[in-house]
Design a protein around this ligand. Sequence first.
Ligand SMILES: Nc1ncnc2c1ncn2[C@@H]1O[C@H](COP(=O)(O)OP(=O)(O)O)[C@@H](O)[C@H]1O
Ligand SMILES: [Mg+2]
Length: 285
Amino acid sequence: MAVIVEFQHVRFRYPEDTRDSLSDVNLTFEEGSFTAILGHNGSGKSTLAKHMNGILLPTEGRVLVNGMSTSDENRLLDIRHTVGMVFQNPDNQIVANVVEEDVAFAPENLGVEADEIRRRVDDALRQVGMYEYRMHAPHLLSGGQKQRVAIAGVLAMQPKIIVLDEPTAMLDPQGRREVIATVDRLCRENGMTVILITHHMDECIDADRLIVMSNGLVTADGTPAEVFSHVHQMEKEGLDVPETMRMITDLQKDGFPMPVDALETEACADAIAAALRERRASWQS
Ligand SMILES: Nc1ncnc2c1ncn2[C@@H]1O[C@H](COP(=O)(O)OP(=O)(O)O)[C@@H](O)[C@H]1O
Ligand SMILES: [Mg+2]
């Protein structure tokens, strides 16, 4: 698959700060992939995200979006249209009093013509499962619904990439599930390149790839199963691993042949049942 975002030796230090918030980050993101980025507070995740659409520019090195350098002022507008950003607080992202007006806001500002806006707004609201709410008042919606409207607002810009910086941080468990399912569908059904920043490890399970950040550095990068299988390293960094991964590694230590990629609860339960059946069969023979 084609590379759509590339970090080349990116170092970044905030003005007046005494240490780097990103130090020598090298990463490539492939078009159409779903990447999760995990790390404790202050590890540099938001700083990394803000480099993806030129809100922040590297102190050293460069960031390429669809081949365009974020440091190239002439391409900044193009880059901002290519990368859509969703932030933590849905209330800060809602600008209108009716859902569909809110979603139409950005394309209207871009001067997109009315028919096209209508089509984009309807499409975007359907993609996040909020079409039935198009005439509702955003401030009366639940947190998860508001965040889905915010995502629709970004989709109406038709970006190639959507970067979500802890979009579930302010949501209840139901809202979190709605938002993660929506994000997952955007990638799987609509081919969107998704970069999801989170500190909930369970939100990373469905991603194609999991990157762990610590102190402005990438400390792990692989499939979620690969990364989570390094349980001890994750714990050393103060990060949790999914309960399922803990059970898998504990059972492996006890000699059960467990697949490391059974991270979903049901897949893990099936794998445990299969391992037990196998153990019982070996006792009986
Ligand atoms: N506006 C800022 N000015 C100075 N330092 C900042 C600013 N924003 C973040 N930092 C510092 O950069 C580091 C990384 O922060 P951030 O990218 O927000 O981490 P995360 O999103 O993983 O919590 C932290 O040490 C933080 O204190
Ligand atoms: Mg952050």
